[in-house]
Write a protein that binds this ligand. Sequence first.
Ligand SMILES: [Zn+2]
Length: 217
Amino acid sequence: MVITIGKAGDNDFVVNDPHVSRYHARLSRDEEGCLFLEDRDSTNGTFVNGGQIVKKKVSPTDTILLGETYKLDLSEALKAGNDYSEDFARLKEIYDTYIEQKVKIQSTNQFKTRLLQTLPFAFIGVTGVLISTLGKGSAVLFGISLFVAICVPVAGIYLGAKQSAKIPRQLQDLSNRFKIDYVCPKCGTFLGEVPWESLSNRKQCPVSSCKAKWVKD
Ligand SMILES: [Zn+2]
């Protein structure tokens, strides 16, 4: 991959600055994925982190100046060559976090639901013992125990059902956010619930008008 940079209209990345030469610099990527910036005998020179260069390995955190005044945005220049690999790489974390949170929501809710549905039955057992021992001879105590023995399990079952109903809503919220974040960095098309590794095997966006390269050649 090579991206030419300069003032002339036939460069991949056209810069409109009086101090930038017509064919000022060239950005390339080697087989290991390292980026190199090369000056093309420009009039005012190319500078990386304050030092003038002929050819130098660069990264997005470097401060790059063309002709001492024009600050080159490396990721913008890469996009001119349809190279979206830096942005695409960030999608891995978005996918991993999504799966992690989905599993978390499901397991937490499962535990709470099961707890709420099991407790009432434990309670019935305890109350049964209380009724048979304490309730002997006292009609009022027997009545109260019976009332509690019925109400608590019903409440537990109700809360358990309510808890399990929360799952779809939380998952819906999570999936809505995922649909906004897990998109092609260039065209914004949602990439589906497809693992990041599978997408990276495709190397580029399947949308024919997009042409974004997700993984460098
Ligand atoms: Zn795309």
